[in-house]
Design a protein around this ligand. Structure first.
Ligand code: 6PG
Length: 471
């Protein structure tokens, strides 16, 4: 290395270490540092040929002085207080146009706050959502940036170089100002939760309803991965279903506790969607299902009290083709909800989110990557703010597949299989194609007990009241 690098990465956990190696591999020299200094040496020693591009440092002063100004510092520390603390500790060492890039899973509200504070202090700050797990971080994640455009332009070459590549297009884009990048990443994770939950529901129907073995289920997922459902999550579901525990010889799926963890990004999506009045019912259901999954003792007590819920389902009632169609229809409805939420947030926060570009950066690298995303990008290019289910190509897919979803949800209900995300997706689809809904009853009730007033179908104006005596 002839001169000091302009890049640095702080936080050499799993994701940070993978990202640092990715940056070095793409030809960018960088300084690295970590709260525990010994981790830096272990990381450097294990970085092989890339070690010559990496300057190991053991404290923040050495880290910053190992870089040449203007510095671009990627933070990969746990979201929350650790980001604020690290930024505070770095600040005394930084020059005016040094840039801090928070690449963790920050809450977009925190990123807004940090961006505003940086702007007020004349500092540069970007919040970028990085998806793809360790493998993605190492070899090409999907990158959703947000913040100051000047700052983005300064590092966009590097970010595009390390990002996943979709047929020659890098999966990295600036989504807009402030916390917009982390917002998009949050919605990505909400969709991830729903996608995973719907797959789990279909797995449950195959396991408990159709009495299929993990290996049989794996084969079905592999087969579906060749068709319209082709996606990373279906692919890994096939892999996990076929894996065997080396200690017991049992299928891995049969020894894993049925209680899902979560770090909170799905919950953030559900809460934020409620605040935006943008229905994301499949995501809500997926978050609630994870919460419910962790109540194992209560579920056991329920089974003892009422008897086990899931009963066998006749193959004639639910064929594998219906399950495949259910997943497709459920997935489209869920993405329609996610993109509608992004569209609403774009207006509410004045971000002008590039919806087609969001679908494009999700085409490779990220956890929800799938072949459908390229079609979604095209549909959003045609009309970014139309409900995705109404775009001609997706409308056709919904027409073809919603009967499968309906059959699966109906049979699941009859045979006692909980399928909350699939059911939510179906109800959303049905509600969105019902011109005459039932909220007239709610309006009448509101007027009855609170004189809230209603609109009439047969007259212009608002604030009409009923003859019930209180209006
Ligand atoms: C990604 C993922 C990642 C997320 C994990 C775990 O895009 O790479 O979304 O950011 O942190 O999937 O999330 P949960 O612990 O909440 O399931």
């Amino acid at each position: 290395m002839d001169s000091k690098p302009n890049y640095g990465l702080y936080g050499l956990g799993t994701m940070g270490a993978a990202l640092a190696l990715n940056i070095a591999e793409k030809g960018y020299d960088l300084a690295v540092c970590n709260r525990t200094a010994s981790v830096v040496d272990e990381f450097h020693a294990s970085s092989g040929d890339l070690a010559t591009r990496i300057v190991p440092t053991h404290d923040l002063a050495a880290f910053v002085s190992a870089m040449a100004a203007p510095r671009n510092i990627v933070l990969m520390v746990p979201a929350g207080d650790a980001v604020d603390k690290t930024m505070e500790q770095l600040r005394p060492f930084l020059d005016a146009d040094d840039l801090i890039i928070d690449a963790g899973n920050a809450n977009f509200g925190d990123t807004n706050r940090r961006g505003d504070a940086a702007q007020a202090a004349g500092e540069m700050f970007l919040g970028i959502g990085v998806s793809g797990g360790e493998e993605g971080a190492r070899h090409g994640p999907s990158i959703m940036g947000g913040g100051n455009r000047v700052a983005w332009n300064r590092v966009s070459d590097m970010l595009e170089a390390i990002a996943a590549d979709y047929e020659g297009t890098p999966c990295a884009a600036c989504m807009g100002e402030g916390g917009s990048g982390h917002y998009v990443k949050m919605v990505h994770n909400g969709i991830e939760y729903a996608d995973m939950q719907m797959i789990a529901e279909v797995y449950g129907i195959m396991r408990d309803g159709l009495a299929m073995t993990p290996l049989e289920i794996s084969k079905v997922f592999s087969q579906w991965n060749e068709g319209r459902l082709q996606s990373y999550l279906i692919e890994i579901s096939a892999s996990v279903a076929e894996a065997t525990d080396p200690e017991t010889g049992k299928a891995m799926l049969d020894i894993i506790t049925d209680s899902a963890g979560q770090k909170g990004t799905g919950r953030w999506t559900a809460i934020e969607a409620l605040m935006r009045a943008s229905p994301v019912t499949a995501i809500d259901a997926a978050v609630a299902a994870r919460n419910l999954s962790s109540r194992r003792d209560e579920r056991k007590a329920g089974e003892e009290l009422f008897g086990a819920a899931p009963q066998a389902i006749d193959r004639g009632a639910v064929a594998l083709e219906a399950l495949e169609a259910a997943l497709l229809a459920g997935k489209i409805a869920c993405y329609a909800q996610g993109f509608a939420m992004l569209s609403t947030a774009s207006d509410d926060y004045g971000w002008s989110l590039p919806l087609p570009d969001i679908a494009k950066v999700w085409r490779a690298g990220c956890i929800i990557r799938s072949s459908l995303l390229d079609d979604m990008a095209q549909a959003l290019d045609d009309d970014a703010h139309r409900n995705l289910m109404f775009a001609p190509s997706f409308a056709q897919m919904m027409k073809d597949s919603h009967k499968g979803l309906r059959k699966v949800v109906a049979q699941a209900a009859l045979a006692g299989h909980a399928a909350p995300a699939l059911s939510a997706a179906l109800s959303y689809f049905d509600a969105m194609r019902t011109a005459r809904g039932t909220a007239n009853m709610i309006q009448a009730q509101r007027d009855f007990f609170g004189a809230h007033g209603f609109e009439r179908l047969d007259r212009e104006g608002q604030g009409f009241h009923g003859p019930w005596g209180t209006g």
